[in-house]
Design a binder for this molecule. Structure first.
Ligand code: ADP
Ligand code: ZN
Ligand code: ZN
Length: 763
């Protein structure tokens, strides 16, 4: 028999033993607790509480107060033991029913507690009402005659103030009032103290940032392929209903122009449109381009201040901004009625969220489109194999193609610099191949611009001993540390530990001088400076680009041709459109970590293609050099020929044989703990239990791989193991995961326990 909880917080409205029928609320705590609880709704909240609002509720034996989301309201028969909601946190629900549904889907699909998931949907700054201004109004408490009649002495200043208010006939902003009555705040304060006037405070959002640009309509006509694509998508918009369209077009084929036309078509029919891009870096160029084509753009990305985010969010929710462009979080843009969603560069790994909820933005966007019953367009020059395969096997997918660059510009010529001939002892030798150096030199001679990409920042990523092969590793993560010139220190790019690099090998019997190899951006910058002393060179990596304004000014300078050679990590490789770049070089186009990651080959193809796509966008004759240790890899050969189809066919064949995505679904369980034996035991027990579960549930076409030590065996002092669950179909995976959740198997096993559904990285 349930005993009344002596620690319970809040008021109880009925006596012990009684039952009563009354309003209840289901609450999902914002905590790693995968459960919702029912609470009684007290009379003082009965008409106030909304689904989606945050509330404070007592949890556990001791009734500790936690915050949670009200996710359902109902009427139930309850006993006095049903604890009441303590209080409401938000004065409104920021989650529309649609977003709440989407959150519920994410929580289930990605195995994340509902409360935690919902918390990720609305920015904190919105709840804090950042950017709201407080406006104070004054009004008379009763008619002026009444006040004058009841009070024997009303001074002249007060009288003037009261008369202004009286003749206005409505509450006045306090500053306006004082101005009109030619008096000061003390008069007003006195009038309030006497009870003649009362002050009302209101919070109003300021207008959100604007992107006003002169309207510029392009002078060109769409080409035939663009025309067909626009017509097909417009037709789907007109028909209404959910559909997925892959717009597969090489770089510079005019995909963005197709998005713009179809977005306009959708807007003309009402509602709002959302366009997602993978990186903040990309938004800057795109925003200026779209701002000259649309009236009411809203931009959402991680570089906004809290105030900007909050105001933009409000404007979208209120329907004042109808075109939303943004990165990850924009998939949750509070558009009342989205009528079209566009996901540019749908294959981008940065669309995957790396913290719980570990959702993939493209997949959430597809789900959102489905829930809203609207079309979604996925664009790419190198579609993910998942999407590519879906186009051939799912009825609601369609593939449209833009096979050529606009204005019949040829794709750039790609050459390979085979780096295999370098011995690792050339650690201090030049990083730039002769071929690359020659091409840069030719480009500068022609007065054009060059872009050089290298996927590592820092100076050298391997610090090692040529005599005994000792390598400098992070003591916490067991990965190589990267030397940085600026601080003359080695840093771990995983845990940010820094140490001073020894000159000599620390092995006492060795003591040989250490070498540095594996170049990063700083090293290449140094070489470029030495080789081209007259050239203006800029470096863009996360060490130099701390804010989005740094990036914006770099883009502006490069566009204005104040920079000859732009050197950087991937952040400059994606989607940027610089007309005068005729040469692009890529350093280190290798299959690093390929044994750990079945997607390594796909990534390499995407990377080379993306990089190559930056060259020759305005004039014919763009050139690309790719420096690689794997010149014969299929990814390299096919990328060189711009042959995505051949790459996809070849890679899909391998995936099919291995039984890996897109021919199966994976869920990865990671176990991490400082005690190695402990973590291995836990992972083994989990895998055993998982195998038994599969047998019990008799799920066909599902199996368990592992446990294995992760490719990144140790991270921040924790040993890491993983177990992979594989199922043929998404539905099977969901059933298994639901089952595991039901029996509590997804509760935290060790401190660092992670469930990653559809993992992108297996490191
Ligand atoms: P993508 O997104 O496929 O890389 P964009 O849409 O950015 O391609 O187009 C590349 C460039 O070509 C842009 O400057 C764009 O304005 C221009 N462009 C687009 N369509 C046409 C066309 N039909 N004729 C001429 N130029 C075009
Ligand atoms: Zn040594
Ligand atoms: Zn580390």
């Amino acid at each position: 028999m349930a005993k009344p909880d002596s620690h319970s917080v809040g008021r109880l409205w009925i006596e012990e033993g009684e039952t009563k029928t009354g309003p209840t609320a289901t609450v999902a705590p914002i905590a790693p607790i995968d459960k919702s609880y029912t609470y009684a709704v007290g009379p003082e909240l009965a008409n106030k509480l909304e689904v989606g609002q945050r509330v404070r509720v007592p949890l556990g034996k001791r009734g500790r107060l936690v915050s949670g989301f009200c996710v359902a309201l109902g009427t139930e028969e309850w006993r006095h033991t049903l604890r009441p909601i303590d209080s409401v946190i938000d004065d409104e629900s920021y989650l529309s029913p649609q977003l709440l549904d989407l959150g519920q889907w994410i929580a289930r699909y990605y195995c994340c507690p509902l409360g935690q998931t919902l918390a990720a949907l609305v920015p904190e700054a919105v709840r804090k009402k950042s950017g709201f201004v407080t406006v104070r109004f004054a009004r008379l408490t009763k008619p002026l005659d009444g006040i004058l009649a009841a009070s024997s002495r009303v001074g002249p200043k007060s009288k003037a103030l009261l008369e202004v208010l009286d003749s206005a006939g409505r509450p006045l902003e306090t500053s306006t009032l004082l101005e009109r009555a030619h008096t000061t705040a003390s008069t007003l304060r006195a009038a309030v103290d006497k009870g003649w006037v009362e002050i009302i405070t209101e919070h109003h959002p300021k207008p959100p940032p604007r992107w006003d640009m002169p309207r510029v309509e392009p002078s060109f006509e769409l080409n035939q392929d663009q025309e067909v694509a626009v017509q097909r998508i417009d037709k789907k918009i007109d028909q209404g209903g959910f559909s997925v369209t892959l717009l597969y077009g090489v770089s510079g084929s005019g995909k963005t122009e197709v998005y713009i036309r179809t977005m306009r078509h959708a807007l003309a029919r009402g509602g709002q449109v959302i366009m997602l891009v993978p990186e903040i870096a990309l938004t800057t160029q795109l925003v200026s381009r779209l701002a000259s084509r649309f009236d009411d753009i809203a931009v959402l990305h991680s570089g906004l201040t809290g105030v900007e985010r909050s105001l933009t969010w409000r404007a979208i929710a209120g329907g004042d901004r109808r075109v939303v462009i943004g990165t990850r979080s924009a998939v949750f843009a509070p558009c009342p009625e989205p009528s079209l969603i566009v996901v540019d560069e749908e294959q981008e790994p940065s669309y995957k969220n790396l913290q719980a909820p570990r959702f993939h933005v493209r997949d959430v966007a597809i789900k959102r489109a489905q829930m809203s019953g609207v079309p979604i367009v996925l664009g790419s020059a190198t579609p993910s194999l998942e999407t590519w395969l879906n186009c051939t096997r799912l009825a609601h997918y369609e593939r449209l193609e833009l096979p050529a660059r606009v204005r019949a510009l040829p794709l750039p010529k790609v050459e390979i610099a085979d780096m295999r001939t370098r011995s690792p002892r050339d650690g201090d030798g030049p990083v730039l191949s002769k071929l690359m150096e020659q091409k840069v030199s030719d480009t500068l001679d022609r007065g054009e611009q060059a872009v050089i990409l290298i996927n590592r920042r820092g100076y050298a990523r391997v610090i090692w001993c040529p005599a005994c092969h000792w390598r400098l590793r992070c003591p916490e993560c067991n990965v190589g540390m990267v030397f940085h010139l600026t601080k003359q220190q080695a840093a771990c790019h995983y845990c940010r530990a820094r140490i001073t690099v020894p000159q000599l090998c620390p092995n006492l019997s060795c003591k040989a001088p250490l070498l540095q190899s594996g170049a990063g951006t700083q090293r290449v910058e140094q070489e470029l400076n030495a080789a081209f002393p007259q050239a203006r060179i800029a470096r863009a990596d996360s060490d130099t680009m701390k804010r989005s304004s740094d990036y914006q000014s770099l883009v502006d300078r490069f566009t204005a041709r104040e920079i000859d050679i732009l050197l950087g990590t991937q952040m400059i490789g994606k989607g940027l459109d610089f007309p005068h770049v005729s040469f692009v070089g890529m350093i280190g186009a290798d299959l690093a970590g390929s044994s750990a990651d079945f997607r390594a080959s796909e990534r390499l193809f995407q990377l080379i293609t993306q990089v190559a796509g930056r060259a020759g966008r305005e004039q014919a004759g763009g050139e690309v050099v790719v420096q690689t240790l794997v010149p014969d890899a299929v990814a390299v050969r096919t990328a060189m020929d711009h042959d995505f189809r051949r790459f996809a066919a070849d890679e899909l064949d391998i995936r099919r044989r291995l039984g890996f995505p897109p021919f199966a679904r994976l869920t990865r369980f990671i176990f991490a703990d400082p005690r190695e034996r402990e973590v291995r035991k836990v992972a083994e027990a989990f895998a055993d239990q998982l195998r038994r579960q599969l047998a019990d549930l008799s799920v066909p076409n599902a199996d368990v791989l592992g446990p294995h030590p992760c490719a990144l065996e140790r991270l921040r002092g924790r040993y890491r193991y993983d177990v992979l669950l594989r199922a043929r179909r998404a539905r099977d995976m969901q059933n298994v995961l639901d089952g595991l959740r039901g029996v509590g198997m997804l509760r935290q096993k060790v401190k660092g326990f992670v469930v990653d559904v559809d993992p992108l990285s297996l490191t």
